[in-house]
Design a protein around this ligand. Structure first.
Ligand code: SAM
Ligand code: SF4
Length: 333
């Protein structure tokens, strides 16, 4: 059987976007992602090597993947990440390599990442008060994140985007200050609804601060938000511009307004399991093949099978919803 040139699922969704988790480790413990203690990290021998990640990326690119995002856990705790980036940016077919980070180690690494060819950076920032940071991360460090953002700007990263998870009862009064900060710093800001992927299983619908509620609060403070163009229909965010033209803001509303119908994403976990959805309960083992005598074509076929098995949607709002066994840090957000 010859290989297709595109990763198309049974609903016709073409998958061009691969999120690569490079570690399940992290230097903080956000309650919406990780447990606070007694964490069983994967043994290092199970984690894909840079060479294995590069090989998998090359064969995914042959199947039409053109955008990569490195994530984790916290990707910057993986030693020499810039060396992996340098390998990935030159893979034929890859047009865009981005990174999502909590920013704590960014001040030290921003220059090397830029030099390695990293194109885009998303930095997670849920609020501007150390108290909020500690309630969420259960560790201290807001100033280090702010220093990381400043350094990333200094070394010339363009299009830095801030990601904020909004949680009712915790970040309500951070929304407007974050909007102001993003406008002042000329950074794009995206609010993400809290999804049921926390490790401790405490997620409740009542904690989800929906994108519409957040938008209302921002409009009260800054005036109307004007819908922005959507150059890429598969992008999960609904983007807006402030009426005065200063700044852009987006909302990723997986809970209140699922966007599964346009999803073009695939994921590979740090230990090499391919997933066709954040909420998938099935995985396809790429590591076993990468560490066997399997050919590139055989591994590619495995990826094709994974895509073909993709379900129409995550079904968070349905009674039959089954929370995946893995929490966010074990998948790669
Ligand atoms: N450690 C990096 C960071 O925090 O940016 C990268 C990995 S983290 C899992 C990726 C993104 O997922 C972050 O922006 C984080 O805030 C978000 N996230 C984690 N758990 C989430 C949840 N349960 N619901 C919504 N977003 C979540
Ligand atoms: Fe770490 Fe990112 Fe998860 Fe927070 S969201 S615990 S920074 S991996």
């Amino acid at each position: 059987m010859s290989l297709p040139t595109q990763l198309v699922d049974s609903l016709g969704r073409i998958h061009t976007n691969l999120r690569i988790s490079v570690t399940d480790r992290c230097n903080i413990r956000c309650f919406y992602c990780m447990p606070n203690e007694n964490i069983q990290f994967r043994p290092r021998a199970e984690i894909l090597t840079f060479e294995e990640i590069e090989r998998f990326t090359r064969l995914a690119a042959r199947l039409g993947v053109n955008k990569l995002r490195l994530t984790g856990g916290e990707p910057l705790v993986r030693a020499d990440l810039d060396q992996l980036i340098a390998k990935l940016v030159v893979v034929p077919g890859i047009k865009d390599v981005a990174l999502t980070t909590n920013g704590l180690l960014l001040a030290q690494q921003a220059e090397g990442l830029k030099r390695a060819g990293l194109q885009r950076l998303n930095i997670s920032l849920d609020g501007l008060k150390e108290e909020t940071f500690q309630r969420i991360a259960r560790r201290s460090g807001l100033q280090r994140v702010l220093d990381g953002i400043a350094e990333a700007q200094r070394v010339g990263f363009e299009k830095i985007r801030l990601n904020a998870v909004a949680i009712r009862g915790i970040t309500d009064d951070e929304i407007v200050p974050l909007g102001e900060f993003a406008r002042q710093q000329n950074l794009e800001l995206r609010f993400i609804e809290f999804m049921p992927l926390d490790a401790e299983g405490n997620w409740e619908t009542s904690q989800v601060l929906s994108g519409d509620v957040i938008r209302g609060r921002l409009e009260s403070a800054f005036g109307n938000l004007v819908p922005a163009e959507r150059p890429d229909p598969s992008q999960p965010a609904m983007d807006y511009q402030f009426a005065d033209g200063r700044g852009r803001i987006g909302f990723i509303n997986p809970v209140s307004q699922p966007f599964c119908g346009a999803c073009n994403r695939l994921r590979i976990t740090a230990e090499g399991q391919i997933r066709n959805c954040l909420f998938s309960t099935d995985e396809w083992d790429a590591r076993a093949l990468l560490r066997s005598s399997a050919s590139d074509d055989e591994i590619a076929r495995h990826l094709v099978e994974c895509v073909q098995a993709k379900k129409p949607g995550h079904g968070i709002d349905s009674d039959e919803f089954v929370k995946p066994e893995r929490a966010m840090y074990q998948i790669g957000g």
